[in-house]
Design a protein around this ligand. Structure first.
Ligand SMILES: Nc1ncnc2c1ncn2[C@@H]1O[C@H](COP(=O)(O)OP(=O)(O)OP(=O)(O)O)[C@@H](O)[C@H]1O
Ligand SMILES: [Mg+2]
Length: 232
């Protein structure tokens, strides 16, 4: 067993732009320890979502390697990749991605249903996490009946309900005031720590970054470790 939840080696990804290839991720390298919570900072367009999509295996790098625990996910092909992702990764999307035709409880239960978990366990775990995020009374509501902050909490619950060893969170940018957003992200950090999961969290909030074990910055396609002390 590896000591690291995630290892990225010399990762590159470019997109075509005006007939040329523009390298968004350029030889990035990084290790995330088991149980470690790391904040990822970087300007808009620096490639944070691209990096998370590569780690989740929904996008493929041009070169380099990604290991999640002992599995080289860059070497996996479908359907193993999907199966691996469903068990091992929780993903909080930048734009929530809640399914509008499913209730709150159904949205949260989705990862468990996709893994064919037993009915009783689906019900118990969904109820448990709804309580943890203080939204048990909204179980039968639909996403569009909830506030932005409530939707963000549902998206987080859905990413954590199957207790994945690795959580990837792209700071949800719903129209949330900074204080509510920070509060919810701090709640996610606490839930991840409680469950012993490793967390890579994109955030623009220094208040949230300060709660992480370590801060990484993505700049010109490369990751630099800002350590535990923020300069600002
Ligand atoms: N599928 C794609 N095709 C072409 N270019 C892309 C694609 N996806 C991302 N890019 C480009 O890669 C760059 C990085 O985008 P990305 O979404 O990863 O940035 P980001 O750091 O998440 O930004 P933000 O903070 O605004 O969410 C951008 O310039 C974007 O235009
Ligand atoms: Mg993004």
């Amino acid at each position: 067993m590896s000591n690291d939840a995630l290892t990225i080696i010399n990762l590159s990804r470019s997109y075509p732009e005006g007939g040329q290839a523009r390298e968004v991720i350029h030889g990035a390298a990084f290790r995330l320890g088991k149980g470690e919570c790391v904040a990822l900072l970087g300007r808009s367009g620096s490639g944070k979502s691209t990096l998370l999509n590569l780690i989740a295996g929904v996008d493929r790098p041009d070169s380099g390697k990604i290991m999640i625990d002992d599995t080289e996910i860059t070497a996996l092909v479908e359907p193993e990749l999907t199966r691996f992702r469903r068990r091992q990764i929780g993903f909080v999307y930048q734009f929530f991605n809640l399914i509008p035709t499913l209730t709150v409880a159904e949205n949260i239960a989705l990862p468990l249903e996709l893994n064919n978990d037993p009915r009783g366990e689906v019900i118990n775990r969904t109820r448990e996490i709804l309580n943890a995020i203080d939204l048990a009374q909204r179980a039968d509501s639909f996403p569009d009946q909830l506030s932005g902050g409530e939707q963000q909490r549902i998206a987080i619950a859905r990413a954590l309900v199957h207790r994945p060893p690795l959580i990837l969170a792209d700071e949800p940018t719903g129209n949330l005031d900074q204080e509510t957003g920070d509060q919810v992200l701090k709640q996610m950090l606490a839930l991840a720590r409680h469950g012993g999961s490793s967390l890579l969290l994109v955030t623009h909030s220094l208040a949230v970054a300060r709660c992480a074990d370590r801060v990484l910055t993505l700049h010109q396609g490369q990751l630099t470790d800002s350590g535990t002390e923020l300069a600002w």
